[in-house]
Structure formats: C-alpha cells, structure tokens
Design a protein around this ligand. Structure first.
Ligand code: XMP
Length: 322
C-alpha cells in the first residue's frame, strides 16, 4: 500500500543519508516535479541545498516572479535566480525548426550552468524531478508507451549538465506518477498553485509558437495564454483539463476593426484530457466559455484578430504543436 506520508518520510531520510554533510543543487522550473524534488531535498538537508532557477525568457506571464516568491520567500529555500532571457533569445534568433529550437535551448541551459558553476562549487549532488513516465520515455520502453510515440520529440528540460561539473544525479521521484507527485507536494506544504499546475514544456513558449521566436511574438502569446488560463481557473475548468495552452500560429488572417481591414495573427486554443500524455482527447469545453476567451483575446491582445479551437486528438496530433 503506497502512502504519501511514508514516501515523503522515507525519501527525506534517503536523501539525508546520501547527501550527508555535502552540498546539493536542484534546478527549479516552476513546475510541480522539480518543486517537489527540491522540497524533499530542502527538508532533508536544509541549507546544504541550492536551487537554481533559470529565467530563459520563454516562461509565461509572471511565472519567474511567482516561482521565486513561492520557493525563496514562502518555503525559505536558497534560490539562485539566473536571468538568461537575452542569451536564449539570441540563440533562437531566426530559428523556426522545432527540434532545432529544442537543441539550442538545451545547449543554452548547459552553458548557463557552466557560467554559474563557480558559485555552486563544492556541490556533489544534482537533484532531478524525473518521474516514472520520464524514465520510461527516455528508455524508449515499448511496454506502457508505444516506442514510436516516444521518439517524436526530444524532450529537453535542462538539456544535461556540463561534463566539467562532476555531479551525482539523484532522482527521488523516479517511481512516481504525476498524481503521486502532486500528493507528495501537498504533504510537503507546497502551495496549490504549484501542485495543481498543468505540465509546461522545458523549452517553454518557444515551442508554443510556430515560426520564429521574437520578443513581440512572445508578448502576444503570453497575454493570450494568461487570458485562457485565468478564464479556465475562474470557470472552475482548469483542473478538469489535463493541459491547456495557447499556440501562436505563424498564419495571419484578414479581419475587420471598425471601418478598417486588419491583417493579424491567429492563435489556437488547445485543451486536452489525458491520463498519461501518450494519448489525449481534446477537451469539450463549453461554447460560451470559448466565446468569452475568444472575445477577450481579440479585444485585449494587440496583433491578434482570430482565435481557433484545436479539436484534434493525439494521435495523430500531439498535445503541443511543435
Ligand atoms: P506532446 O506534444 O509530445 O506532449 O504530445 C506530451 C507532453 O510532453 C510535454 N512536452 C515537453 N516537455 N520538454 C518537456 O519538458 C519538451 O520538449 C516537451 N515537448 C512536449 C507536453 O507539454 C505534454 O505535457
């Protein structure tokens, strides 16, 4: 019988024994997995843990501030925030191929870690939030997931660590499914806004816009996403969908504003229901709800004049567009 409390107690004890009086690092992404991994490690070794939060400029509205507020202020963890937005944006300049975006982002994460390595000197352990499905996926296991489906996208989170950092990896969540990770987060006292959060890809908004990544396009996507997600929350629909997102397409469409013709961006809303993310169905969100979100986006986000709803299931589509 799996019990969350005993998992937390045993894992904290295991981490305490493994780390001893040495130092550990954890990369926070703002998501639930890395948050729970960090909270376990903090409970185990307190001050010997340093969390690193990389703002890659590809995060959602206020995400970096929220993450810092929760972990550094409320949970009293040592968090080193690295603002690397400029670096990531430069690396992505003009890149439109989804896999190339992922490769460049992975490389940037690695370089950021290289740059901050001196301030993390003396650390021997790197705590990761890898969960059971991640382990299976990277092993290419064809049991629970189909092998074909696992090789479609390179799922980079931090893109690996530089070789020069000789760190031993610890994966306290590697036997857990998402709902078990969430349960552990609640036991550890993480706020609901972290615990119930939908998954968000490591490469962030870069893979939620087809075409090139620019500050203007990021801003348009951020504002649209903020409207969709906050409306889902206020309608009580957020937790009923497994993942919801907005895609900024590279299409433009003709519209009309007053007496004028417009030629602006098209965004797509995407919401899915799924257990394991290997297959997913599109969420049957109420029409009135979709109408409200669409009206708000076209009225409030400059540069967007059309909203469409993605009604494709996975397979053959994937959850993300890239
Ligand atoms: P797809 O689009 O492959 O998404 O159906 C399945 C789940 O994986 C997430 N995803 C990623 N997560 N790095 C990540 O950390 C990535 O490159 C990446 N690509 C997709 C996606 O958000 C969904 O939860």
């Amino acid at each position: 019988q799996w019990s969350t409390t005993s998992f937390v107690d045993e894992t904290v004890e295991w981490l305490r024994e493994r780390i001893g009086d040495r130092r550990a690092i954890c990369a926070l992404s703002g998501g639930v997995d890395s948050g729970v991994a960090a909270a376990l490690a903090a409970r185990a070794v307190g001050d010997q843990l340093t969390c690193v939060f990389v703002d890659n400029g590809l995060l959602r509205q206020n995400e970096a501030d929220q993450c810092m507020a929760v972990f550094a202020e409320h949970l009293d963890m040592k968090v080193l925030k690295v603002d690397a937005s400029q670096k990531f944006l430069e690396a992505l300049d003009g890149v439109t191929d989804p896999e190339e975006k992922r490769r460049r982002i992975g490389r940037c994460f690695m370089e950021v870690f290289e740059e901050v390595a001196p301030s993390l000197e003396g650390a021997d352990y790197f705590i990761q939030g890898t969960t059971y499905p991640d382990v299976i996926e990277s092993a290419g296991d064809s049991g629970r997931h189909s092998a074909a489906a696992t090789k479609i996208k390179t799922h980079h989170n931090v893109g690996g660590l530089p070789d020069t950092m000789k760190l031993e990896l610890l994966d306290p969540l590697s036997f857990l499914f998402k709902d078990e990770v969430r349960a552990a987060g609640r036991v550890l006292g993480l706020p609901e806004q972290i615990v119930d959060r939908h998954p968000f890809p490591g490469p962030g908004l870069a893979v939620r816009m087809t075409g090139a990544v620019t500050p203007e396009r990021l801003e348009r996507l951020r504002r649209s996403d903020e409207i969709f997600i906050s409306e889902l929350r206020s309608a009580g629909l957020y937790q009923q969908t497994a993942q919801a997102l907005v895609v900024l397409t590279s299409d433009k469409s003709v519209g009309v504003l007053g007496d004028f013709r417009t030629y602006e961006d098209v965004v797509a809303l995407r919401a899915v229901d799924t257990e394991d993310w290997m297959t997913a169905d599109w969420s049957r969100l109420p029409y009135d709800f979709l109408a409200r979100v669409s009206n708000r986006i076209v009225n409030e986000v400059p540069g967007v004049n059309r909203v469409v709803y993605d009604i494709s299931s996975k397979p053959p589509a994937t959850v993300e567009w890239e």
